[in-house]
Design a protein. Structure first.
Length: 364
């Protein structure tokens, strides 16, 4: 039913096994272990750009929190209107919430596909999804991209004495499939390999979660729902690896460890690059603002509007008392006929004929 997932996963695993098997030997447990690790690296490399988009989407979501809260406060009772306004806000800022979930959603089919392909190397069990085949029939049944020889090579491979498809809790009905290929393995080599991988995977899960929580804004961390999710990511998920580890095959634990290692390195690389981009953008904005600002002590230059070609120059209107319309003296704006520094003597008013000059205005 999910062959469209199983075949690509088994195909990538087959390619890497051919590469490492040519160097370390086809039956080497290290060749199969490295094939699983590089299967994870290949898929995570394909998801690198969506991961970068996820980080940018998360940053953008944090920046839009004040506007989102304002919309929630304004349209809290009208859910339909709130949804429309949220879509409008997301469209204006080019925000796509689905991109934030894409890397996580894309890894789920990979985990399911890898788990099924690894179990299909050994179909002697009688549990859910098992066929209950005999060891002879199982060893001669192909597994998607893997031929019969590849299946027998996988059953012969050991990683420090433990088959990489075996789990700590694997029953004898499953372990019996390894009898023709090196004998039935003891549980202690499986424990010796699985427990360190469980601890490393749990610690790596906690460190990755702590790095993500540390980069959240104060407003996002104060959200009650975000606080619950942070506690789950910091403590419950790492504890789940320790609790569920004994039920997982060695190869799945290798998948978990390598996936967390890639996530840890990728987070520091991507976050560091985005921080540098934001710092450079802020510096560029400050430089532009400083370039546009006037220098200290300098007066801003006033540009006079030039008259249109052929237009007559406009002179300021002069009132009857010799002052222009803007309150300045018309005489003060014109040069002195005597050339004495521009200061002018106001003209004396002539007495009309028939009128006698008052005594206080007689000539001196």
């Amino acid at each position: 039913m999910l062959d469209f997932i199983y075949y690509p996963v088994s195909g990538i695993l087959w390619v890497w096994h051919k590469v490492f098997g040519a160097v370390l030997g086809a039956d080497s447990g290290f060749a199969w272990a490295l094939s699983v690790v590089f299967l994870v690296f290949t898929l995570r490399l394909l998801l690198y750009k969506p991961f970068v988009k996820q980080v940018r989407t998360t940053r953008q979501m944090q920046e839009l929190q004040p506007q989102i809260k304002a919309l929630q406060k304004k349209y809290g009772k009208d859910r339909q209107k709130l949804a429309l306004e949220m879509q409008k806000l997301q469209k204006e800022h080019g925000f796509n919430p689905i991109m934030g979930c894409l890397p996580v959603l894309a890894q789920a089919p990979v985990f399911i596909g890898l788990f099924h392909v690894l179990r299909s190397f050994n179909r002697t069990g009688t549990g859910i999804g098992q066929l209950g085949l005999s060891p002879e029939v199982n060893a001669n049944t192909p597994n998607y991209f893997f031929s019969v020889d590849d299946v027998q090579s996988f059953l012969s491979a050991r990683l420090f004495g433990a088959p990489i498809s075996a789990a700590i809790t694997s029953p004898d009905s499953v372990l019996i499939a390894f009898e023709p290929f090196g004998g039935i393995p003891s549980v202690w080599p499986i424990v010796a390999v699985s427990v360190p991988l469980m601890i490393i995977a749990s610690v790596a899960t906690h460190l990755n979660s702590r790095a993500s929580v540390a980069r959240q804004s104060e407003a996002a961390a104060a959200n009650p729902q975000a606080a619950i999710m942070n506690k789950l990511a910091l403590y419950v998920f790492p504890l789940g690896v320790l609790v569920g580890g004994p039920f997982l095959p060695v190869a799945i634990l290798l998948y978990w460890v390598s996936n967390n290692m890639w996530t840890y390195g990728q987070q520091h690389l991507v976050f560091g690059r985005i921080d540098k981009e934001e710092a450079a953008a802020k510096e560029a904005a400050i430089e532009r603002r400083n370039d546009n600002a006037p220098k200290p002590g300098a007066r801003p230059e006033l540009t006079k509007k030039k008259p249109a070609p052929g237009a007559k120059p406009v002179r300021p209107a002069v009132s009857g008392n010799g002052e222009s319309a803007d309150g300045d003296s018309a005489a003060a704006s014109s040069p002195s006929p005597s050339g004495t520094g521009g200061a002018t003597t106001p003209k004396k008013k002539k007495t009309p004929p028939g009128k006698v000059r008052p005594k206080n205005q007689r000539r001196r």
